[in-house]
Design a protein around this ligand. Structure first.
Ligand code: GDP
Ligand code: IMO
Ligand code: MG
Length: 427
């Protein structure tokens, strides 16, 4: 399996970290690559009962022998990068090799300042961002006033680019948001303090990855965020500012679509969302609180509780379509162990009509209410199951039913956070 994409099929936190780690340790993987987002991600990996969280670093940083790559589509905060690396080193982790794209854009402290003041300014319309400066850094990239990793190694160019960027950003900060202007010298000093440590890690990662694929080596692209948070395909404007869909992997890495062999959508056996925005199957009752409690649905990056609801097959089918999924990895089936009856949203009702596909407009999506089908629960602890046949009959029925209505086969099922708590269904 030379080039495999792992991505989120819902609103994030589906278990992409676990899926990536599992693939990277069951088959020998040469490269684990992040292609979008930044340290807004929070990916949990549980190895021998010990829990690790990665944010900007690919999960492959924990896999000996694999090289971790932060490709051009990622927005890189050097401060967050080294804080995360040092945190792992302090815990005694033997961190894998790390390569950072020269073309990746940089998040400096002013981006997170702008992120936070923008949210405050939006008031009740706020997105509920992670406050990490992701949106402002991508805005600068598209607005052609961004700073790239390569710029950090030429002080003259860096100063010129910072002057241009801060000229624009300081107008916004002082005249609209009534804040103090940010000094070029302060940011220059902040960024230059990382250059010596960063320089040996920087390379042309598109060349590196394409050469690796030419040599038959294996590359795993670890998605961050998710399909429904995609700036083009998600629930805009309640989205992140990048393209976490499969197409974004090609743009974000400089690896062409013809080289991708598998696209795995990670999906929970129910649904969660952090931050604002529409969520048709969201629960506001005891069941929602139970999913949150049993599923441990607390954000890895921001510590916010996640909104919880039932499985939404309309979202699943949409993710299968816009990503061209070859398969799903269904996680957290064990969280449903105690329910008598499990609802699954198979379609929506929108303004009195049954709708099988994602509604076209945001207003229609806001009006969507779920149409449920109900499945018998299994009322058994499945966390020790290791084969599909080990699962109780009702759990097998649930998995097969999801598969038949979600638009791609289910390759694996998660029955607990541990690497080994996985069932390979079609392997
Ligand atoms: P990511 O952002 O997609 O990598 O997901 P997160 O790490 O933010 O959130 C997923 C959470 O679910 C983490 O706490 C994982 O340890 C946990 N997890 C992943 N797979 C399973 C599973 O199959 N069962 C259970 N109970 N927990 C899981
Ligand atoms: P992983 O990779 C869940 C959400 C934020 C907010 C919106 C925009 O762990 O699945 P941003 O800071 O990106 O501008 O915030 O996107 N969000 C996530 N939600 N999991 C994530 O990452 C997320 N990354 C961003 O909560 O609603
Ligand atoms: Mg997460």
């Amino acid at each position: 399996m030379p080039a495999v994409v792992v991505l989120g099929a819902q609103w994030g936190d589906e278990g992409k970290g676990k899926a990536t780690d599992l693939l990277a340790t069951t088959d020998p993987i040469d490269f684990v690559v992040r292609t979008s987002g930044g340290h807004n991600a929070g990916h949990t990996i549980v190895v021998n009962g010990e829990k690790f969280a990665t944010h900007l670093l690919p999960s492959g940083i924990l896999t000996p022998g694999a090289t971790s790559v932060i490709a051009n589509g990622v927005v890189v905060s050097p401060e967050a990068l080294f804080r995360e690396l040092d945190g792992l080193i302090e815990r005694g982790v033997e961190v894998a090799d790390l390569v950072v794209s020269a073309n990746a854009h940089v998040i400096a402290s002013y981006h997170s300042v702008i992120d936070k003041v923008t949210e405050r300014f939006l008031g009740k319309n706020q997105i509920g961002t992670t406050g990490r400066g992701i949106g402002p850094a991508y805005s600068d990239k598209v607005g052609r006033i961004g700073i790239r990793v390569a710029d950090l190694f030429d002080e003259g160019i860096l100063r010129e680019k910072l002057e241009a960027a801060l000229d624009v950003r300081n107008h916004l900060l002082t005249k609209i948001y009534n804040r103090r202007a940010i000094e070029v010298d302060t940011v220059l000093e902040e960024l230059l303090s990382y250059t010596d440590r960063l320089r040996p890690m920087v390379a042309d990662t598109s060349l590196l990855l394409n050469n690796a694929l030419d040599e038959g080596r294996t590359v795993l692209f670890e998605g961050a965020q998710a399909t429904m948070l995609d700036v083009d395909h998600g629930t805009y404007p309640f989205v992140t500012s990048s393209n976490p869909v499969a197409g974004g992997v090609c743009v974000g890495s400089g690896v062409g679509p013809t080289r991708i062999d598998r696209v795995i959508g990670v999906i929970k056996a129910y649904t969660t969302r952090v931050g604002s925005g529409p969520f048709p199957t969201e629960l506001f009752d005891e069941d929602g609180l139970e999913l949150q409690r049993i599923g441990g649905e607390i954000g890895v990056s921001t510590g916010r509780t996640r909104r919880c609801g039932w499985y939404d097959a309309v979202v699943a089918r949409y993710a299968a379509r816009v990503n061209g999924l070859t398969e799903f990895f269904l996680t957290k089936l064990d969280v449903l162990d105690s329910w008598e009856r499990i609802p699954v949203c198979v379609a929506y009702e929108v303004d009195g009509k049954r709708v099988e596909e994602m509604p076209m407009t945001q207003t229609e999506f806001h009006h969507a209410t779920p149409i449920y089908e109900y499945f018998e629960g299994w009322k058994t602890d499945i966390s020790g199951c290791r084969t599909f046949e080990d699962l109780p009959a009702n759990a097998q029925t649930y998995v097969r039913a999801l598969e038949s209505i979600s638009g791609a086969k289910i390759w694996g099922v998660g029955v607990g956070p541990g690497r080994e708590q996985t069932i390979v269904v079609n392997g």
